[in-house]
Unconditional design. Structure first.
Length: 170
C-alpha cells in the first residue's frame, strides 16, 4: 500500500468539506484546540468545533491529517495510506528514501483501576484518554508516533499513529 504525503492551504469551508468527505476509521482520534477548549477524543464530526480550531490533528494507524489556522486559510498536511483529497499537493516522492518506525511516548497519568480514568498524581489531574482496552490495573497511556527517518536515522517527517495502553513503568 502506497503512503501519501500531501499538503496545501484551503479555505475554512473547503477544510470542513475535506474532513466530512473522508472516510475516517472508527479508531480515529481528534486532538484539537480552540481559544476556549482542547479536545482529545474519538473523532466525530463537529463542524462548529472544527471551524473554530486554531490547530489540530485527526489520526489513526492509517494516517494523520494535521492543520493550523492562518486566518482565512487552513494549512494542512496529511501523511498516511489512503489518499485523502486531490485538493492537496502530493509530495509522496519525498518519502522514497525514508523508512518508518514507531516510537512510544508516555502520556500523563496512571490508571488506578480498570476504568478509563488516568490520574496524574503530582498536580493532581484526571485524564480520559480515548483507549478501549483495560488490560493493566496500573497501566499507562502512550502516544505512538510514526517517525520517517533518513539513512542516518534522523527524522524527516513524523505523524501521530495511535494512543495505546502499556504496562506501568514502560
Amino acid at each position: 500500500m502506497a503512503v501519501h504525503l500531501c499538503s496545501g492551504d484551503l479555505s475554512p469551508g473547503r477544510f470542513l468539506e475535506l474532513i466530512n468527505a473522508h472516510s475516517w476509521p472508527e479508531a480515529a482520534i481528534l486532538m484539537a484546540f480552540t481559544p476556549a477548549e482542547a479536545r482529545l477524543i474519538r473523532f466525530v464530526g463537529d463542524d462548529l468545533f472544527l471551524s473554530t480550531t486554531e490547530q489540530g490533528r485527526i489520526f489513526s494507524p492509517e494516517g494523520e491529517l494535521r492543520w493550523r489556522s492562518l486566518g482565512q486559510t487552513i494549512r494542512m498536511v496529511y501523511l498516511g495510506y489512503p489518499q485523502i483529497s486531490n485538493d492537496l499537493s502530493d509530495y509522496s516522492s519525498e518519502l522514497e528514501t525514508l523508512s518508518p518506525f514507531n516510537q512510544r511516548f508516555l502520556l500523563w497519568g496512571e490508571r488506578t483501576d480498570s476504568q478509563n480514568e488516568w490520574l496524574e498524581q503530582q498536580t493532581p489531574h484526571r485524564f480520559n484518554y480515548p483507549i478501549d482496552s483495560a488490560q493493566f490495573p496500573r497501566g499507562r497511556a502512550a502516544l505512538v508516533v510514526e517517525q520517517w527517518v533518513n539513512a542516518a536515522k534522523i527524522p524527516q517527517f513524523s505523524r501521530y499513529h495511535s494512543i495505546i495502553e502499556v504496562k506501568g513503568g514502560q
